[in-house]
Design a protein around this ligand. Structure first.
Ligand code: GAP
Length: 431
């Protein structure tokens, strides 16, 4: 884990947030390469869940919603963690994370546990009184329920169908930590898939398999992934069933995503609280009912961390140690890097032309500094899957070498076939 955190800082994937002011607990900033990686994760999700299907549409809703949304959803009353304070050092801990009656930091006496609501409070407008309190959303899910009617009326969707969203959520976590794993602001990738009651078990099975396969198709080792069903006493108040996709992080098996059968709980609650009809008329069956919902809820930051950790490797190439990020090409920040072998004989100019042409299609880097071996290493370390070298032969016959990051093998490819060759290699799913 430490090696991944160091690499992230050193190569511009993730920086400590507000670093020049000493940092802010569990706040992290994505740097130039991290922003590309995370965007690729979100794009891969969107393509799989929204644009790749004809039964799911997207949504991008406001972070600050009407406060009554959170009363209806149960968050005002129940989105709490048990909290204990140390009477000596004043630190706070989640009661369920502390073993025994003493403070884990200083051994002092702990207070009785009390409930602490995790929602961030703010005020809408200039008046800071209770009538103007609002919350930053703790999950993106509720806006899909609140917009259920709007989407139904403005699209021609019939059950089963889904509404998906990628966006920021906020939770005032008592014990954030493990780098990107648990922070106070994070991005979720959530799908609410509405189904006929009675077909919910089928769709629940469908989505848990589909979501497991998504991580594997983007290169995560299957033996480091598992599906863990929730025990009955673990289930959220709204769920009939829930399973977590877990990853074997260096700090132990931990949740990447939860897939829940939320039944008709949310639509019914919003209907009761808003007084609006949120039923669905099933033309085939000639009946009206409240749909059930299956919810695959993933985290963009958590999956980015899993992809990084899983990709990190150290090996030897020609007797020399290297760090390599074996990221799936679809996720890699740069798809390729272009190098002139020599800084003379017209090679840099030719390389630059190739680089400019490729950049119209992919995110590509250019590097002419240092030995070719060092340039390969620099790209291996940030996960660039392909290296393109322009050499003496390029100037004669128009072919370049295409080097594979993982196998470190090289083939010669005509310059004018590079776009096709790269595209085919990038799109290949992991074995
Ligand atoms: N709508 C259901 C829901 O929000 P959740 O299990 O609380 O369910 C879904 O959150 C996903 O969001 C988690 O599996 C995780 O990937 C991500 N997530 C939740 N809290 C997080 C945090 N504090 N930091 C980073 N990611 C978080």
């Amino acid at each position: 884990m430490e090696k991944v955190v160091n690499l992230c800082k050193r190569r511009g994937f993730v920086y400590p947030g507000s670093e020049i002011y000493g940092g802010l607990g569990a706040s992290l900033d994505y740097g130039p390469l991290g922003v590309e990686l995370k965007r690729n994760v979100k794009d891969a999700w969107w393509r799989e869940i929204v644009t790749g299907r004809d039964d799911v549409v997207g949504l991008d809703a406001a972070v600050i919603m009407h406060p009554r949304v959170w009363e209806a959803s149960g968050h005002v009353a129940g989105f709490t963690d048990p909290l204990v304070d140390c009477k000596s050092c004043k630190q706070r801990f989640r009661a369920d994370h502390v073993q025994g009656p003493r403070c884990p930091e200083c051994g002092g006496e702990l207070t009785e546990a009390r409930r602490f609501n995790l929602m961030f409070k703010t005020f809408v407008g200039p008046v800071e009184d209770t009538a103007h309190v609002a919350f930053l959303r703790p999950e993106t899910a509720q806006s899909m329920f609140v917009n259920f009617r709007n989407v139904l009326e403005t699209s021609r969707l019939k059950l089963p169908f889904g509404i998906a969203q990628v966006g920021r959520s906020f939770r005032n976590e008592i014990t954030p930590g493990n780098f990107l794993f648990r922070t106070r602001e994070f991005e979720q990738m959530e799908l609410e898939f509405f189904v006929r009651p009675g077909e919910d078990d089928h769709w629940y099975d469908y989505w848990r398999q589909a979501r497991f396969e998504w991580y594997a198709s983007l290169g995560i080792e299957r033996e480091r992934l598992r599906l863990r069903p929730h025990a009955p006493d673990e289930l959220a108040h709204y769920a009939k069933a829930c399973v977590d996709v877990e990853y074997a992080f260096p700090f132990g098996w931990s949740e990447l995503e939860g897939i829940a059968n939320r039944t008709d709980f949310d639509l019914k609650r919003h209907s009761e609280h808003s007084g609006k009809d949120l039923t669905y008329f099933d033309e085939e069956r000639r009946e009206r009912y409240v749909p059930y919902v299956i919810e695959p809820a993933a985290g963009a930051d958590r999956s980015t961390l899993a992809f990084l950790v899983d990709a990190y490797d150290e090996d030897q190439v020609e007797g020399e140690a290297r760090i390599v990020l074996r990221l799936h090409p679809r996720l890699a920040p740069y798809k390729a890097a272009v190098f002139p072998l020599l800084r003379k004989d017209g090679q840099p100019e030719r390389a630059r032309r190739i680089y400019d042409a490729l950049r119209k299609h992919f995110s590509v880097d250019y590097d002419q500094a240092g030995s070719i071996g060092r340039r390969y290493r620099r790209q291996d370390e940030v996960g660039t899957p392909f290296g393109i070298t322009i050499d003496h032969d390029t100037m004669k016959d128009g072919t370049v070498t295409l080097r594979d990051r993982d196998a470190t093998t090289q083939v010669r490819v005509p310059e004018d076939r590079l776009v096709e060759e790269l595209r085919a290699r990038i799109e290949t799913p992991a074995a």
